[in-house]
Ligand binder design. Structure first.
Ligand SMILES: [Zn+2]
Ligand SMILES: [Zn+2]
Length: 431
């Protein structure tokens, strides 16, 4: 296997040093390293070396909606974004609610070889919210599922949610909740507030998210299991999670890049590229989720990469699908919203986008380890001074529904390595 020497890079959490990759591992970090004669040298001057990013919330759409994305195209997009591992949500067709489907997705990821794919299993059969899926069988499968979610829909039945938390407790699994009270959001199209009134679109109240988060934190405290909150989006949600953590209650939470940057004002354009679940919120909410991510109330950034083909997005607002792509822009958006604003450091970013998501997903043996000799060579080299303008037609994703179309964002992924093999070099896919 080839070896690579990255010279003079800023090693996140450490010093400026050279980093030698050989045989799938980081062999050494230091100065004047003794590299093999045939090692490929990469100039790391001015660049930052980070552990490979881990996305706990990706929609890869395969099986069933290969017109929107496949495991191959989605993981190519992931590699370009600096990710070495993604967790694939279960709302495929068929739903990933059996050992057979999760093993299929897991195997497709291995075959593609751009990023490790860890399937998330559905909580309920067919994501119908009535009967628990075969959680144990998915956990024992080759895919070794540890995170379960009906994402796209909320597990709204409190008794069923309680049983799911109890069931996964036996093997230390986690239930990831899409917190959306269904009765409070019937027909909802955008954030509820003054603007939804002006635009004549049915409002999606913050309390629809917050009431489920509060309920589930209390349910989980009763059961003593593991609860993760998907794409938290409101100021009130941050306050609830912060208060719970102060009381020592077990809960983890994520925020998406788009909720860290965009506000509901975008909806004034009636451009469905801004239609997303949960909806874009207010400036006050954006400030609160940024603060929550900075102080650790929100544990991680997760993309909720939700590719949709043109025909599902290029239509009138009310008919369009919810969702935005995010894998290729996540790092730049987080740099823009959190680092360039001095709310977080690059070491914090490594924590929120690599160490902690790997820990929540229970893959820390393979991903999300600090860069050090002996660790698997899963890493990304970023040029923080670089910038690029987002052009949807240049995406590796099969879908083009990026809300950052036309925006100039900071930071550029120079190289991504998965177990010592470059998936991206010079900002381009290697194959
Ligand atoms: Zn969701
Ligand atoms: Zn999602």
């Amino acid at each position: 296997m080839s070896s690579y020497l990255i010279t003079g890079a800023s090693i996140v959490g450490g010093e400026v040093a050279d980093l030698l990759i050989d045989n799938g591992e980081i062999v050494a970090i230091g100065n004047d390293l003794d590299a093999p004669a045939d090692a490929t040298t990469i100039d790391g001057t001015g660049k930052i070396a980070l552990p490979g990013l881990v996305d706990l919330h990706t929609h890869l759409r395969e099986p069933g909606r290969e017109d929107a994305e496949t495991v191959l195209t989605g993981t190519r997009a992931a590699a370009l974004g600096g990710f070495t591992a993604v967790f694939a949500m279960a709302n495929t067709e068929p739903v990933a609610d059996t050992a057979g489907v999760v093993e299929q997705v897991w195997r497709l990821g291995r075959e593609a070889g751009y990023a490790d794919v860890y399937p998330i299993g559905a909580v309920t059969v067919g994501r119908q919210g009535t009967q628990l899926a075969e959680l144990g069988a998915m956990a024992e499968s080759a895919a070794r599922v540890r995170v379960f979610s009906d994402d796209g829909d909320c597990v709204w039945d409190a008794a069923l949610m309680r049983r799911a938390l109890e069931y996964v407790k036996a093997f230390g699994g986690t239930i990831a909740q899409h917190a959306q009270e269904p009765r409070l959001t019937q027909g909802a199209q955008m954030n509820e507030g003054a603007l939804s009134g002006v635009l004549g679109l049915t409002g999606w109240p913050s309390v629809a998210e917050e009431s489920i988060i509060a309920r589930d934190i209390l349910l989980n405290a009763h059961v003593g299991s593991k609860l993760h909150i998907c794409h938290l989006s409101t100021k009130g949600s941050v306050e609830i999670v912060r208060a719970a953590k102060r009381r020592g209650l077990e809960v983890t939470a994520e925020v998406t890049p788009h909720h860290l940057l965009l506000t509901e004002d975008k909806v004034e354009s009636y451009n469905p590229v801004y239609k997303v679940n949960p909806p874009l919120r207010t400036k006050e909410d954006v400030e609160a989720v940024r603060e929550g991510l900075a102080d650790g109330t929100i544990d991680i950034v997760a993309t909720d990469h939700a590719p949709h083909p043109v025909e599902d997005k290029d239509c009138e607002w009310s008919a369009a699908a919810f969702g935005m792509t995010g894998l290729e822009t996540a790092l730049s958006v987080v740099q823009h919203a959190m680092i360039d604003t001095k709310l977080m450091t690059w070491a914090d970013l490594a924590d929120r986008m690599s160490y902690r998501p790997a820990a929540i997903g229970q893959v820390s043996g393979e991903h999300g380890q600090p860069l050090a000799a002996g660790a698997p060579a899963n890493l990304v080299l970023v040029d923080p001074a670089g910038e690029r303008t987002v052009v949807p037609s240049e995406t590796a994703s099969l879908s083009r529904n990026t809300p950052f179309d036309g925006m100039t964002l900071p930071g550029r992924v120079v190289a991504t390595f998965l177990r010592g093999k470059p998936t991206v070099l010079d900002g381009k896919l290697t194959r």
